[in-house]
Design a protein around this ligand. Structure first.
Ligand code: ATP
Length: 266
C-alpha cells in the first residue's frame, strides 16, 4: 500500500529522528508534552505522575502489561478522562488539553482509534467513516477525505456499503484507523491495533501505521505486542502500574535486558 500525500499539516521530522539518521531536514518540534499527569477512577489512582513527550513526525510507542494504565493515558489525552493533576500541551504552548472537551481536542488535531475498534456494527463502512468527519462542514472536502481513506485502504472501498459488523477483525481495525484519519489528525492515537488479529494481518496493520507516519502523521501507539511495536517505533516508553519506568529509542529497548525479560518473552 502506498500513501501519496501528506495529511495533518506541518509534519517535519523531529531532531530526535534526525539524531537517529532517519531524516535529512533539520527542524524543531515537540507536538505533545505531558507533565506529571495523575488520573484516578474514584479512589483508585491509575496514573502516577506520568511525563512524556512526542515530537512531530515520530512514531512513539507505549508498552506495558495489562492494567498498566495505557488506555487511561490515551483516553486522558483525548479528553475522555480528566486528570486530577498535571498538564497536557499540544502543538506548542498554544493548547492546554486537560481542560478541553473531546470535540475541541479532535478539532485541534488529535484523533483516537480506540481499543476494541468500537465501530458501529449496524452502520456501513461509509457511514462509520462519515462519523469520523463530523466536524467537516464542506461536502467536497469530506469527499476528498473519504477518497483518501479509500486509497489508503482499498478493501474498505470494496466494502463501503457493507455493514461494519460483518467485516473481518482486520477490516474493522482498518475502518477504526480510517475513521480516525477522517478528521485529518496531526497526532493519531492508536490503542492496541493488533489485538486479536492473526499474525499476517498484524503485519499488514503495522505496515499501514508505518505508511501513515511516512505520509506525515505523528503516531502514538499503545501496544501489548511489544516486540513488533518496538520494531516499528522510533522511541518508546514503558509504563508499569501507572508510572513511566523507562524511555529510550525503541531499538535500544529491544535490546534492554529488563524489557526483554518482562515484555519480550526473555
Ligand atoms: P489493558 O492492556 O488491559 O487494556 P491498560 O494498560 O490499558 O490495560 P487501563 O485500562 O488504563 O490499563 O487500566 C489502568 C488501571 O485502571 C487498572 O488498574 C484498571 O483496573 C483501572 N481502571 C481502568 N478503567 C477503570 C474504570 N472504568 N473504573 C475503575 N478502574 C478502572
Amino acid at each position: 500500500m502506498r500513501i501519496q500525500h501528506t495529511r495533518g499539516g506541518d509534519q517535519t521530522p523531529s531532531p530526535r529522528l534526525c539524531a537517529e539518521g532517519v531524516c535529512s531536514r533539520a527542524r524543531i518540534g515537540m507536538l505533545l508534552k505531558i507533565e506529571n499527569l495523575e488520573v484516578s477512577y474514584g479512589a483508585i489512582k491509575a496514573l502516577h505522575g506520568v511525563t512524556l513527550e512526542i515530537d512531530r513526525g515520530e512514531i512513539v510507542t507505549l508498552i506495558g502489561s495489562n492494567g498498566a494504565g495505557k488506555t487511561t493515558l490515551l483516553r486522558t489525552i483525548s479528553g475522555l478522562l480528566r486528570p486530577t493533576q498535571g498538564t497536557i500541551r499540544f502543538n506548542g504552548a498554544g493548547s492546554q488539553l486537560e481542560d478541553l472537551p473531546p470535540h475541541e481536542i479532535v478539532r485541534l488535531g488529535i484523533s483516537h482509534s480506540p481499543e476494541g475498534r468500537q465501530v458501529f456494527a449496524n452502520l456501513t463502512t461509509r457511514e462509520n467513516l462519515l462519523l469520523g468527519a463530523y466536524q467537516q462542514k464542506s461536502k467536497s472536502e469530506l469527499q476528498k477525505d473519504m477518497k483518501h481513506v479509500f486509497e489508503q485502504f482499498p478493501v474498505l472501498a470494496e466494502r463501503r456499503e457493507q455493514k461494519a459488523g460483518t467485516l473481518s477483525g482486520g477490516e474493522q481495525q482498518m475502518l477504526a484507523i480510517g475513521r480516525a484519519l477522517m478528521s485529518r489528525p496531526k497526532l493519531l492515537l492508536l490503542d492496541e491495533p493488533s489485538l486479536g488479529l492473526a499474525p499476517l494481518i498484524v503485519r499488514k496493520i503495522f505496515q499501514i501505521i508505518r505508511d501513515i507516519n511516512a505520509a506525515g502523521t505523528t503516531v502514538f501507539l499503545v501496544e501489548q505486542n511489544a516486540k513488533q511495536a518496538l520494531a516499528l517505533a522510533h522511541r518508546a516508553y514503558v509504563l508499569q502500574t501507572g508510572r513511566v519506568i523507562k524511555s529510550d529509542l525503541a531499538k535500544n529497548l529491544l535490546e534492554d535486558p529488563d524489557v526483554k525479560e518482562a515484555y519480550l518473552g526473555g
